[in-house]
Design a protein around this ligand. Structure first.
Ligand SMILES: [Zn+2]
Length: 244
C-alpha cells in the first residue's frame, strides 16, 4: 500500500536508482520520476516498467539543458509511453528565456506535445513565473504541476487555473515556503523531494526519505492529522496523474 507521494524526483540522476526505489518501497512512497534531458528517457521508462506499482515516468528537457538538447524525435517517440511531460519550463539563470529564445522554443514544443498526447506536465518556473504562466495559458493541458513553486505574487493566478503546487523539504526551513503552504487549498497540494538535490539547511539531507517530515510540517500548517494530510496528498496525486 503506497501512502506517501514524491511527485518530483530525478531517479536517473542517482548513481544507484534501484537503491532509492527499494528504500521508497519500504516506506510506501510513490515516486514520480522526471528527466532533464532526452538521454535519460530510456532509463527512466525502464525504471517505471521494472517498478510499475510505485514508479511513474515523466519525460522532458529541463531549461538547464535547453541550449544543448533539442526535443529529439527519439524522446517524442517515447513520450506516448510516459505518464507525463517534465521537467520542463523556463529559468533565466541558465540561458536566455525570453520570447524567441531557444529555451522558450524547447518549452513550447514540449507543451504542444503534452497537449497533443493529453498528458500532465511538471513545470520549473524559478525566476520566470510570469512568463511561464503566460505561455501555459496558451495551451489546453490536462493537468499542470508548478513544482517547488516560489512565486507568491502569482499564487492566486496559479490556483484560479486549478494547477497543482508541490512543496518539498524547503518547508522545513524556509518561511517563504511555509507562507505558500499556508495559502494552498488542500486539493492543490503535492509533496516532492526533487532528489538527488540535497539541502544545506538540513545538513545535506535529501531524497524521498524526507517526505514524511514534509508531510508532517504541512499537516501542522493545515491543522490536520498526518494520516488525513497523507490521504489528501495521495488523492491529489491520483487526480494529477489521471487516475481519478
Ligand atoms: Zn527537478
Amino acid at each position: 500500500m503506497l501512502d506517501l507521494v514524491d511527485v518530483h524526483i530525478h531517479l536517473p540522476d542517482y548513481p544507484n536508482p534501484g537503491e532509492v526505489v527499494r528504500a521508497a518501497r519500504s516506506t510506501g512512497t510513490l515516486l514520480v520520476s522526471c528527466t532533464v534531458k532526452p538521454a535519460e528517457a530510456a532509463a527512466n521508462l525502464a525504471l517505471k516498467q521494472e517498478n510499475h506499482d510505485m514508479v511513474r515516468c515523466f519525460l522532458g528537457v529541463h531549461p538547464s539543458e535547453a541550449r544543448n538538447e533539442a526535443l529529439s524525435s527519439g524522446m517524442a517517440e517515447l513520450a506516448p509511453l510516459a505518464d507525463g511531460i517534465g521537467e520542463i519550463g523556463l529559468d533565466p539563470k541558465y540561458s536566455d528565456a525570453s520570447r524567441g529564445s531557444r529555451q522558450m522554443e524547447v518549452f513550447t514544443d514540449q507543451l504542444a506535445l503534452a497537449e497533443r498526447l493529453g498528458k500532465p506536465v511538471e513545470v520549473h518556473s524559478r525566476g520566470a513565473e510570469v512568463s511561464c504562466l503566460e505561455v501555459l495559458s496558451t495551451f489546453r493541458l490536462r493537468a499542470v504541476l508548478m513544482h517547488w513553486f516560489e512565486g507568491e505574487e502569482q499564487l492566486a493566478d496559479v490556483l484560479s487555473r486549478g494547477y497543482y503546487v508541490s512543496l518539498g523539504p524547503a518547508v522545513l526551513y524556509s518561511k517563504k515556503a511555509r507562507r505558500i503552504a499556508s495559502r494552498l487549498p488542500e486539493g492543490s497540494l503535492l509533496t516532492e523531494s526533487d532528489g538527488p538535490v540535497v539541502y544545506n539547511a538540513l545538513r545535506g539531507a535529501g531524497g524521498p526519505g524526507l517526505i514524511p517530515s514534509v508531510l508532517f510540517r504541512l499537516s501542522e500548517e493545515k491543522h490536520t492529522a498526518f494520516e488525513e494530510m497523507s490521504r489528501m496528498v495521495r488523492a491529489n496525486a491520483t487526480r494529477f496523474l489521471g487516475g481519478g
